[in-house]
Design a protein around this ligand. Structure first.
Ligand SMILES: Nc1nc2c(ncn2[C@@H]2O[C@H](COP(=O)(O)OP(=O)(O)OP(=O)(O)O)[C@@H](O)[C@H]2O)c(=O)[nH]1
Ligand SMILES: [Mg+2]
Length: 286
């Protein structure tokens, strides 16, 4: 048996979570077009004949602005301890910049193999992709570079094979039916947050956090927290339209997760400055 942990690192929004989902063959981590979607480490587990690959999806590297983003960076740092390899994800569509180089320096200093994924190659010209692969190769002493599209799945099988090759011999960390380390409540909260992120913009997505406070046979109740009254107005929407839409989008995925129908009850509450509240962050697992 080969088994091990691969940390997935990179700037915000490069597609780390989308790639973790593609490598695991199903939805594990929520995804959005807003940076800083992932706030904590989430394991996504892929199993095969004689191997288990545990991918640690991580927040993107950024300069901390408050307690939440400080915690997120600490999560990234501590998650590099005891990994067997790092998957460094870059965006094929963006110039490789200071953010990429910062996180690259950090991972190349670890004494483990680094595999680079140049993601989002869908609909890009071969010349452009070749150029980005060349730029990526200058970042450090990598084990391999893979062009991939997490969205279309292009190159994902070859990347998975590469990562599995790097796993040491050892017993599986997770039982085969377990796809993630998130509790069912946290998975539901994340799905609600994903829909809220998709429907809001500017500062609002960053001010949203979700907590499931009741999960019964027939009812799942979640609270969507924001920081201000005006954010609450936006998330509730005129006549409750926005929060209703969030529920309409989240419910099918929550039902698929639970394996049965559920009544999803969403409530929006203001929690001023929750992103700076150490105790609340701890309660939310952030
Ligand atoms: N075209 C294209 N878009 C992609 C691809 N992979 C991810 N995206 C998009 O890129 C955006 C960011 O994806 P995420 O997976 O949330 O990125 P992330 O790196 O996990 O972001 P953070 O958690 O904020 O650090 C989303 O809009 C995705 O749909 C890809 O292969 N091709
Ligand atoms: Mg993410």
């Amino acid at each position: 048996m080969r088994s091990g942990i691969v940390a997935v690192a990179g700037r915000p929004n490069v597609g780390k979570s989308t790639l973790v989902n593609a490598l695991c063959g199903g939805k594990i981590a929520i995804v959005s077009d807003k940076p800083q979607t992932t706030r904590r480490r989430i394991f996504g587990v892929a199993n095969g004949e004689g191997w288990q690959l545990a991918l640690a999806d991580l927040p993107g590297f950024q300069r901390p602005r408050d307690l939440l983003t400080e915690h997120m960076q600490r999560t990234v740092d501590t998650s590099f301890e005891d990994v067997d390899a790092v998957l460094l994800v870059l965006d094929a569509r963006d110039r490789i910049g200071a953010g990429d180089r910062f996180i690259a320096k950090r991972v190349f200093d670890l004494a483990v193999p680094v595999v680079i994924a140049v993601n989002k190659i869908d609909r890009l010209k071969p010349g452009h992709i070749a150029q980005q692969l060349e730029n990526a190769a200058k970042l450090g002493d990598f084990h391999a570079v893979h062009p991939v599209s997490a969205r279309t799945g292009d190159g994902v099988d070859a990347l998975r094979d590469e990562l599995v090759e790097l796993l040491p011999e050892g017993p599986a960390y997770f039982p085969p039916e377990q796809r993630t380390d998130l509790s069912i409540e946290d998975q539901i909260a994340e799905l609600v947050r994903e829909k809220a992120l998709a429907l809001t913009r500017d500062e609002v997505p960053h001010a949203i956090t979700v907590e499931v406070d009741e999960l019964g046979e027939k009812v799942a109740r979640a609270i969507v927290y924001v920081e201000t009254d005006s954010q609450k107005q936006i998330v509730v929407g005129g006549g409750g339209r926005m929060i209703k839409e969030i529920g309409v989008r989240a419910r099918p995925e929550i039902e698929a997760l639970l394996g049965h129908k559920v009544f999803l009850e969403l409530q929006v509450k203001v929690k001023p400055r929750w992103r700076r509240d150490e105790r609340l962050l701890e309660r939310l697992g952030l």
